[in-house]
Design a protein. Structure first.
Length: 245
């Protein structure tokens, strides 16, 4: 089953059409890797699914309630100068369902502590965001998503500039979320992460999309045994003129 469908979708940034003719469904309880060269439209598609960019043509049909949709953007979008602690950031995950102005209940503080423990950041609860490492910030951002109890989660390069321990934690948490029914779409640039995390793949090139499998992507890159490869092998992409939907 799927609660997120694209039907002839076209999206633009300003006057430039970035994506067109995208159709297909994202399976419930699965992790779809969104891959493509820089500028292929990965972030544009995420913005469209989140309702930030209106479709130029076609439709995005999503049956997930808006308060259960979450977007974990690139870390560069986080204002590190804002005076907020890790616990306060995690607690904001309750805002979509309770509102930003209502006080927190004891049950929510207990939930936040459970989330931070799951992510290994309990000891950072009162640490300001500006004092965190890249990996610690990414765990805190995912903690906000867990607090929201998201049923649709979109992540833009979640493993960029984070340590290997954080990568392992994030992969395990994301796999657990998918196993519990969450629909997850994640922008990836690395073969190892693709092999460990993705159930299916949507590759963007030349403004169009091709649905494929992690196995097919690995084969195209000549990888038959990922363990024998150097870690963090970057994905490469064909010239956009050779790709079609």
């Amino acid at each position: 089953m799927s609660r997120l469908h694209l039907d002839g979708l076209a999206l633009a940034q300003g006057a430039r059409t970035v994506l067109e003719g995208l159709s297909g469904s994202f399976p419930d309880g699965a992790i779809t890797a969104l891959i493509g060269a820089n500028g292929a439209g990965k972030s544009t598609l995420i913005q469209g699914i989140m309702g930030i960019l209106p479709p130029l043509a076609g439709r995005i049909d999503c049956d997930v309630p808006k308060e259960r949709r979450a977007w974990l953007p690139q870390q560069l979008a986080l204002d590190l100068s804002f005076p907020m602690s890790v616990e306060e950031l995690v607690m904001t995950g309750s805002w979509p369902t309770r509102g930003a102005l209502r006080g927190y209940r004891p049950a929510q503080y207990r939930q936040a502590r459970s989330v931070m423990q799951r992510l290994g950041i309990t000891h950072l609860a009162h640490r300001p965001l500006g004092e965190l490492s890249g990996g610690q910030r990414q765990r805190a951002l995912l903690g906000r998503t867990l607090m929201q109890e998201a049923e649709l989660l979109l992540l833009d390069e979640p493993f960029a500039n984070v340590d290997s321990d954080t990568v392992n934690v994030l992969i395990q948490v994301l796999r657990d979320m998918a196993d519990q029914g969450t629909t997850i779409i994640v922008v990836l640039h690395d073969l190892e992460h693709l092999a460990r995390l993705a159930d299916c793949v949507l590759m963007l090139a030349g403004g169009h999309a091709q649905w494929t499998t992690p196995h097919a992507v690995l084969e195209r890159h000549g990888v038959t045994d990922l363990a024998s490869q150097a870690p963090f092998v970057s994905l490469t992409f064909p010239d956009s003129s050779s790709c079609s939907t």
